[in-house]
Design a protein around this ligand. Structure first.
Ligand SMILES: *Cc1c(COP(=O)(O)O)cnc(C)c1O
Length: 225
């Protein structure tokens, strides 16, 4: 992958974000772009840092752990965005600055700690398929309460992936409404982690504060190994 191509794609996405923010009468500075670098080598992340990227996202523990160790000297914020096994929770906590995928009680218990607090999101499942990860809307309020009372977790807000069979803008509006529904319970959890390569404009229009963008910036992912 040529670095020139990477710079061009990054510039193009940044322009798209600025354009969507303007359309939403929002400041692009209120939107954090996380570049999702899964399956790509650590060298790509180093190239991204050279282009001014501060936030990267990974979805597989072993891969993320190895890259975070290799790139420990770089000024990066590491976001864990994938499904997380409870038995791996403490290891992820050791390198991740932000965990986007809290979706069940057992994971809250596994991540709870008297150590330094870790920023986190509760992941919503907007589909009827439990295999997609995330808590259903009916279980949201109870899970939010558990996160709020667990030591060592600082709840930033909600995370979601738009379903394949729903218009993204509608799906993101649902996330915004669910976020408003927990406002009295969790007044500080106002962040919305939503929007990927294909739908980040819609996400910004519905109030996304954290975009998770992979291929539009990195180019196609190498095959997983
Ligand atoms: C891979 C991934 C992304 C980025 O997807 P693209 O379509 O490549 O932008 C975002 N969020 C999660 C949870 C992912 O696993």
């Amino acid at each position: 992958m040529s670095e020139a191509g990477l710079a061009e794609r990054l510039a193009s996405v940044r322009a798209g974000i600025a354009d969507a923010a303007a359309a939403a009468s929002r400041s692009p500075d209120d939107v954090t772009t996380i570049v999702v670098t899964k399956f790509h080598p650590a060298s790509l992340i180093a190239d991204l840092v050279g282009l001014g990227v501060h936030d990267v996202g990974e979805n597989r523990h072993q891969e993320a752990q190895a890259k975070a160790a290799e790139l420990a000297a770089l000024p990066l914020t590491w976001h864990f965005v994938g499904q997380l096994q409870s038995k791996k929770a403490r290891q992820v906590r050791a390198y991740a600055d932000v965990i986007h995928s809290i979706d069940r009680s057992s994971l809250v218990s596994a991540l709870a700690s008297e150590e330094q607090a870790v920023d986190c999101f509760v992941q919503l499942n907007l589909t009827d398929d439990p295999g997609r990860g995330g808590v259903g809307p009916a279980g949201l309020s109870a899970l939010v309460d558990e996160v709020l009372t667990a030591p060592g977790l600082r709840l930033l807000g909600l995370m979601a992936v738009a379903p394949l069979d729903e218009e993204p803008r509608r799906a993101f509006a649902r996330v915004r409404e669910l976020s408003e529904s927990i406002r009295s319970q969790a007044p500080d959890a106002v962040a919305l982690s939503m929007g990927m390569s294909q739908d980040y404009r819609d996400a910004i229009l519905e109030g996304a504060t954290h975009l998770r963008i992979g291929t539009a910036i990195t180019g196609n992912r190498p095959k997983p190994h």
